[in-house]
Design a protein around this ligand. Structure first.
Ligand SMILES: Cc1cc2nc3c(=O)[nH]c(=O)nc-3n(C[C@H](O)[C@H](O)[C@H](O)COP(=O)(O)O)c2cc1C
Length: 371
């Protein structure tokens, strides 16, 4: 199937503007999501072998999820598991609906397996996403695999009011998330990365955890796990400051990393033209940087804080590198664009083999062995 994708489907898709091609993928998965027949068909074609992980009190059928940004509005929530993913992260969701930046805003550097995007949190807003997610539940189509929700800050909200924006979305979406990711690292909303500063992040986490506890009491359920997603460019001091907030706010993990504003050297003129675009770079050129951030966090925390590793995963070797550097779970976005819908099955088949060859019973035993 991967050969079919690479030789026929991908060239056809890549003739289109990258956002349009992505829209097509989401629309077809949204249609699939509504039909039990199509879901079981895709499950047969693309489903992954089980490689279970227990984390945050949740059961993940396998450690590979879709990264934030793929399904911004929760349009294909049921389908991700049927194409082999062990969890999904919906969003980035903002409190207010917004169109994002003008198009074009997503660019492919095909020869170097990279994307540059400056989407700017285009999404229908927390209220409508709540309705969308409620609809999946009411139709009995909610997946068995965990669903995380990635929260961003609305463009119209000032940095000072950011805590209310994040906590407002959390309150609206609380019942639908298995865990929340506070995204303070997208490069495409002016000032957002400043929210990684300890003082600013502290007040966001404070208010989010207050709302989390309030919702937990109101609903008679345990509080949701809260994670923070960071940029790959943080220096050691900035990283240390963020990690120091973990015990204070009972954070359950770190998502490392978001896209980078740095650019690699290249002799390829088409890639150079893409790299000259403003925005965040993802895919292969981000791979090693994000793995090093994972390794650093694992070492700095003595492996005590779960890490979701993301950045440049295309195959089981990349996935194994992230896991053995310290990631308990992994995610991808750009890999799906370049490798197609069979990517999860292919990675999980390879990972399962690697676990066996290493003499482990579970994938969790491999976490951090090369940190
Ligand atoms: C088009 C696009 C949109 C994205 N949107 C978000 C987002 O809304 N929130 C977020 O935390 N990360 C977002 N990301 C970052 C990804 O979740 C991921 O961290 C990054 O792309 C690195 O992974 P990859 O190399 O597998 O793509 C986006 C990435 C892309 C390419």
């Amino acid at each position: 199937m991967s050969l079919l994708y690479r030789t026929i489907l991908r060239p056809a898709l890549f003739l289109q503007d990258s956002e349009k091609a992505h829209r097509r993928l989401i629309s077809s998965l949204s249609v699939t999501s509504r039909s039990r027949f199509l879901m079981s068909l895709t499950g047969n074609l693309y489903g992954s072998p089980e490689l279970p992980v227990k984390l945050f009190g949740l059961d993940f059928p396998n450690p590979l999820g879709i990264a934030a940004g793929i399904d911004k509005n929760g349009e294909a929530v049921p389908a991700w598991q049927s194409i082999g993913f062990g969890f999904s992260e919906i969003g980035g969701v903002t409190l207010h609906d917004q169109l994002g930046n003008p198009r074009p805003r997503m660019f492919r550097a095909t020869a170097e397996k990279a994307l540059v995007n400056r989407m700017g949190f285009n999404n229908i807003g927390a209220e409508l996403i709540h309705d969308k997610l409620s609809d999946w539940k009411e139709r009995g189509l909610w997946p068995g695999a965990p669903v995380g929700i990635n929260l961003g800050k609305s463009k119209i909200t000032s940095l000072e009011d950011a805590p209310k924006d994040y906590a407002g979305s959390m309150e609206i979406l609380w019942n639908h998330a298995d865990f929340f990711v506070i995204n303070v690292s997208s490069p495409n909303t002016i000032g957002l990365r400043e929210l990684q500063q300890s003082r600013r992040l502290d007040s966001i986490l404070e208010l989010c955890q207050t709302i989390n506890l309030k919702c937990s009491e109101k609903n008679g359920k345990r509080p949701k796990s809260l994670l923070v997603k960071i940029a790959p460019e943080l220096d050691d001091y900035q990283l240390k400051e963020i990690l120091e907030l973990i015990p204070k706010h009972n954070l359950q993990g770190i998502v490392a990393t978001n896209t980078t504003t740095k650019r690699p050297d290249t002799n390829n003129s088409r890639c150079k033209a893409v790299y000259d675009q403003e925005g965040g770079l993802s895919g292969l050129p981000l791979k090693d940087t994000s793995t090093e951030v994972i390794r650093k966090i694992y070492r700095m925390t003595g492996g005590k804080i779960p890490i979701i590793g993301v950045g440049g995963i295309f195959n089981d070797e990349d996935a194994w590198e992230k896991i053995t550097a310290g990631a308990s779970l992994i995610q991808l976005y750009t890999g799906l664009v370049f490798e197609g819908p069979s990517i999860a099955r292919s990675i999980m088949t390879g990972l399962k083999k690697r676990v066996k060859e290493a003499g482990f019973e579970t994938i969790t035993e491999a976490v951090g062995i090369n940190a």
